[in-house]
Ligand binder design. Structure first.
Ligand SMILES: Cc1cc2nc3c(=O)[nH]c(=O)nc-3n(C[C@H](O)[C@H](O)[C@H](O)COP(=O)(O)OP(=O)(O)OC[C@H]3O[C@@H](n4cnc5c(N)ncnc54)[C@H](O)[C@@H]3O)c2cc1C
Length: 267
């Protein structure tokens, strides 16, 4: 039995490939299969969807892919992986010979007062429309801003600098997103961002969404387990700045193929 921790693109691609190879597999997913893709406005660089596909639609398709192949998804959160392997979740303990950790990333908190009061993912923003201040100048911040503005929210971006693709910057402007750059963020509240540029300004809005980077989600893995050859990392959790759906899927499939070789004693 292979246990895959995380039901994003990497975990799903891995599980489907294992199932096709006749290897028993289950996924442990703390939220909903589909992963970070639920947050994406539009995926335009995943081959096979020439017009692009909305994040929501791709995530639904990923979820359906698991159903189609009858792959069990346990709705549990992994708290610890110990050598051997023993996987402790919020509900159970599982034992398995092979583990694939496809747990993606977690938001990088910037160490600013009030950072625990705000949102970090678009999917968590209440559906009651209003205004949103997005903090951050990268691709994800701009994608969030475009996503929210196309769903009827009034959106502004406040950032120190802008690094997002110019394509995303233009789209945000076209959709009326107001962009404030050169601002140093000093403090956060549920409905306010305090920023400094030749003086302090309070940017008020109904919601505040922070997109100031992401970090590998590996803290629940025991250091000794991490060294075992039957534990694999796949997808964003190990890919540094190269966090893309196509790469995550490729990783998942590659991992499944390695496991098949080991499983069949052919390595
Ligand atoms: C706003 C935004 C826009 C994006 N746009 C694009 C784009 O246009 N093109 C593109 O290619 N990529 C895009 N991406 C990146 C893409 O979404 C990721 O690269 C991809 O989802 C990574 O897949 P993954 O399976 O490695 O990780 P994730 O999708 O992060 O999946 C990890 C899964 O593991 C689960 N998990 C984590 N910890 C645990 C635990 N302890 N127990 C159980 N389950 C756990 C999580 O709930 C999650 O479902 C975008 C991302 C964002 C946020």
């Amino acid at each position: 039995m292979v246990i895959v921790v995380g039901g994003g693109p990497a975990g799903i691609a891995c599980a489907v490939q294992l199932k096709r190879s006749g290897i028993p597999v289950k996924i442990i997913e703390r939220k909903r299969a589909g992963g970070l893709v639920w947050n994406a406005w539009r995926i335009e660089n995943y081959p096979g969807f020439p017009e692009g596909i909305s994040g929501e639609e791709l995530a639904e398709r990923l979820e359906r892919h698991l159903e189609e192949w009858d792959i069990p998804v346990l709705q549990e959160e992994v708290k610890r992986i110990e050598p051997g392997f023993r996987i402790f979740t919020n509900r159970n303990t599982h034992e398995t010979e092979f583990v694939v950790v496809a747990s993606g990333t977690i938001p990088k908190k910037p160490g600013i007062p009030g950072e625990d009061e705000v949102f970090y993912e678009v999917v968590d923003i209440p559906s009651q429309k209003g205004s949103v201040t997005v903090v951050g100048g990268g691709d994800i911040a701009f994608d969030y801003a475009i996503n929210l503005s196309s769903r009827g929210y009034r959106v502004r971006i406040v950032a120190r600098g802008v690094r997002a693709l110019s394509l995303l910057q233009e789209r945000a402007k076209e959709r009326g997103v107001k962009i404030y750059t050169g601002w140093e963020i000093k403090g956060l509240e549920k409905t306010c961002v305090y920023a400094w540029k030749e003086g302090e300004v309070a940017f008020s809005s109904d919601y505040v969404l922070l997109a100031t980077g992401r970090l590998p989600n590996v803290d629940f893995i025991d250091k000794r387990a991490l060294k075992e050859k039957n534990l694999f990392l796949a997808g964003d959790v190990k890919n540094g700045f190269m966090r893309q759906v196509a790469i995550a899927c490729g990783d998942g499939v590659k991992t499944a193929m390695k496991i098949r070789r080991m499983y069949e004693g052919n390595f």
